[in-house]
Every structure is written in C-alpha cells, then in structure tokens.
Design a protein around this ligand. Structure first.
Ligand SMILES: CC(=O)N[C@H]1[C@@H](OP(=O)(O)OP(=O)(O)OC[C@H]2O[C@@H](n3ccc(=O)[nH]c3=O)[C@H](O)[C@@H]2O)O[C@H](CO)[C@@H](O)[C@@H]1O
Ligand SMILES: C=C(OP(=O)(O)O)C(=O)O
Length: 432
C-alpha cells in the first residue's frame, strides 16, 4: 500500500495530456464479447478498472493482448462462465458483463457490482430492460442470474435517466430479434462512443446521444478497430486543478480534450472570473490577478454539470470569495471528501444533498484519505494548493481512474511522489 505526498503552494504551468475515457473504456471492453472476431481498442487508459475487466474477459476464455494504449480482444473462444464474485466487485462497470453476455450467450451469472460508494446505486432499470427483452432475471445470494430462450426487441422507458442502464440495454439488444427503443435514455458522450463501436461492429443503432435510441437487432457482429474518446472527467479535473494553481502570466494547457463535452464546467469557471479558452482539442487556463467569485452548482445528467466533477470543483470553490452552494441531484450523498477538506481548514457545511462552502480559505496540508475516486482527485487538488505537505491514502480509488497521475503532475512542475506505507501506517488505516 502506498500514499501520495504532495507539496502544496507550487504554481503549476505547462501542458497536461488527457487519456482515453474510463467510462467509455469500461463499456467498450465488455462490448467486444458480442463480436465474432477480434476487436482492437485504441487509446485505452492504463488504469486498474481496465486491467480488472481484461482479467475478467480472460476468465471467460477471451484472448487479450495489451500494447501501448492498444488492446486487442479476441472473443472467439469466450464461454458463458459464471462470474458470481471476485473481481466483479472491484468496479462498477462489471455490470456491463450482464448485458454483453446475455446478448451473446442468452445467459449470464454476474455478481453485484462494486465501484465508488456514493450512497445506494440500484440497478433496477438495467434489470427492467433485460426483462423487457425477454430475459428471466433473479438475484441469488448477491449474484444476478439472467437467462433467455430468445431476446426480442421491446420498447423500454427508463424511469431514471441512467448511463449504465442505457448502455447495458444497448449491449443486450444489438443481437436481439427486432427493434428495441430506449426512451428517456441518457445522453452522455460515453453512450455515443459505445454506439459508435457497436455500429462499426455491424450493429444498427440510431439516436445515441439523444433521449430516444432505436436499435434494430442483427444476426451477428464482427471485429473492428475503434479509438476511445478522451476522458472528459479527467480533463475537467485537470482544468480545475489548473485554475487552482496557475499564477498570473502563466498558462496550463489541457491537451487531447473535446471542449464541447465540458461546456457546463467551462461556463461555471468563466462565471468565477477564470480566464479560460478553448480550441479544437485543448482547454487553456491563463493565470490572472482577478478575484475568484463564488458560484452555485447543481449536478445534472449530461449536458448538465457532471456529478463526477462536483468533488474536485468544491476544492476550487474554497479559494473563491463568498458563499457557494453545491447540490448533487444524482448522488445526494457524494460528500465524503468534505470531512477531509474541513480537516484541511476549509469552511464547509453539508445539509442533505447540499454542501455550502464559505470562502476564501487557505487550506492547510495534512493527512487525508480518499473514500472514492473523485474524492481522491479533489484531495489531490487540495494538497497542491494547501500550505505545507499533504499525505493522501486510499490511492486504490484514484488508480481506478487516473492514468499516470504522478508523472502528469510532475510535468506541470508539481512536487509529488508515492511512498510505501509503513506497517504501523497500514495498521492505523485499518483501525480508522
Ligand atoms: C462506470 C460509469 O460509467 N460510471 C458513471 C455512471 O454510473 P452509473 O451508470 O452507475 O450511474 P447512473 O447514470 O446509472 O445513475 C444515475 C442515477 O440513477 C440512479 N439509478 C441508476 C440505475 C438504476 O437502475 N436505478 C437507479 O435508480 C442512480 O442511483 C443515480 O442516482 O454514471 C454516473 C452518473 O453520471 C457517473 O457518476 C459514473 O461515473
Ligand atoms: C463514480 C465513478 O465511477 P464508478 O461508477 O466506476 O464507480 C466515477 O468515475 O466518478
């Protein structure tokens, strides 16, 4: 086990490159199960969620070859092996094995997923979709059993706009007989990315990126090559980090971005008085002497402000003048990082699904722990703007979603390093 040590207060500048999107990669990898020949994915981030999914595909007989941001997956010899526990609990996106295996084998046994604990994260809409397509679905001792004689296209209205349910139903429907219509579908860019891969494999999908998706089932799907979109959440994290650390006269360039994916964030940052420009594939944050203004944010489904950037953004708000109100309408309990920020001297109150930040305050370095992935990202930013040193544990969460974090931060001039925890520190963490 390791901790990340961050020296606070160093102004950052230069260029930071964004990797392929975690939330696309973790859906595209299971989607390859549906093909009858090898699929190559390009721009795959080297993060632990990707590694875990590749291991799971190997467990069911897939052949996976990884080289330099490229993964070749040969699904030819895959079988409907049950995956009731073990690695499936390490990540949220293992739920995509349900849709993909049901689609290909008409049966699957998959353990309930893990991932960030953000309050309850039900999968009832995924199951409603599978059942509408003709599957019998049961939950037996923490594993979901799915079985269908035949999958038949259906009209499915999602009661909640869900990224996971939209993608999972697409995966199950592409090889079903007839037409499936998903109404009230999620519109996140990752859904479009998955639809693009499936279409290259031969699927017939219309409307991905809108709230009605139509899928006409086909007989079979074949291999192809697909390049993953850039990670808008990683890009947003570094844009926030840039605004928090760049000094007057300097710039931070966040490279390999689709700026359109981050319009809600960019608009809020401009409201705060941050100098921010975009070109085709970069976001440029320039340092200035302008006072940062507090803004309120409310997380919403895409294209609204992403819940995954709420925690990093809360750190930037501790530097702003005035009172900021953050409301998370997607995950009302996504505030575990706030206790740690308070420990670092931030003035923040949490009331229900709202956090109220009074700024500005100068954060102080300290020992803090990441409770989940974006809490970890938030605390990295906090450590970089704090006075003194910060030691961050819980890195297994951060490693799920940020490729080469230390190297990328060093590239901007930060002083950060990873250190092995002592036995005593490991004990202290276990007892905390
Ligand atoms: C691997 C992945 O892509 N994870 C992302 C995905 O998670 P995930 O796909 O799990 O999130 P959803 O979009 O499904 O969740 C949105 C909301 O719907 C609720 N819900 C969802 C499904 C369901 O069957 N029933 C139900 O009630 C959830 O509790 C939540 O309140 O989208 C979230 C919202 O943008 C992001 O924070 C996660 O980073
Ligand atoms: C919540 C997240 O991930 P997951 O759904 O994989 O837990 C995230 O990426 O912020």
């Amino acid at each position: 086990m390791e901790k990340l040590v961050l020296e606070g207060g160093i102004p950052l500048k230069g260029t930071i490159r964004v990797s392929g999107a975690k939330n696309s990669a973790v859906a595209l990898i299971p989607a390859t199960i549906l093909a009858s020949s090898p699929v190559t994915l390009e721009g795959v981030p080297s993060i632990s969620d990707v590694q875990t999914l590749c291991d799971l595909l190997e467990e069911i007989g897939g052949q996976v070859e990884v080289s330099d941001e490229k993964i070749m997956i040969d699904p030819t010899n895959m079988v409907a092996m049950p995956l009731p526990s073990g690695k499936v609990k390490k990540l949220r996106a293992s739920y995509y094995l349900m849709g993909a295996m049901l689609g290909r084998f008409k049966q699957a046994v998959i353990g309930l997923p893990g991932g960030c604990y953000l309050g309850p994260r039900p999968i009832d809409q995924h199951i409603k979709g599978f059942e509408a397509l003709g599957a019998k679905v049961t939950n037996e001792q923490g594993a979901i059993y799915l079985r269908a004689e035949e999958l038949k296209g259906a009209r499915i209205y999602l009661d909640v706009v869900s990224v996971g349910a939209t993608i999972n139903i697409m995966l199950a429907a592409v090889l079903a007989n007839g037409r499936t219509v998903i109404e009230n579908a999620a519109k996140e860019p990752e859904i479009v990315d998955v639809a693009t891969l499936l279409t290259s494999m031969g699927a017939k999908i219309k409307g991905a990126g809108t709230d009605v998706i139509r899928i006409d089932g086909v007989e079979s799907l074949s291999g192809c090559t697909h390049t993953i979109i850039p990670d808008r959440i990683e890009a947003g994290t570094y844009t926030i980090l840039a605004a928090a650390t760049v000094q007057e006269g300097d710039k931070v360039i966040v490279d390999n971005v689709i700026p359109h994916h981050l319009e809600s964030l960019i608009a809020k940052m401009r409201e705060m008085n941050i100098d921010i420009d975009t070109n085709d594939d970069q976001i440029i944050v320039s340092g200035s002497n302008k006072e940062l203004k507090s803004v309120d944010i409310k997380t919403l489904v895409y294209p609204g402000f992403p819940t995954d950037l709420q925690q990093p953004f809360s750190v930037l708000l501790t530097k702003a003048n005035g009172t900021a109100v953050i409301t998370d309408t997607i995950y009302g309990a996504r505030f575990k990082h706030i206790d740690e920020l308070r420990r670092m001297s931030a003035t923040i109150k949490v009331e229900g699904s709202t956090a109220i930040i009074s700024g500005p305050s100068q954060l102080q370095g300290g020992r803090v722990k990441a409770s989940d992935l974006r809490a970890g990202a938030a605390l990295v930013i906090a450590g970089l703007i704090a006075e003194g040193k910060t030691e961050l544990t819980g890195l297994e969460h951060v490693d799920r979603g940020y490729e080469d974090l230390v190297e990328k931060l060093l590239g901007l001039g930060a002083n950060v390093w990873r250190v092995q925890l002592t036995k005593q520190e490991v004990e202290q963490l276990k007892n905390a």
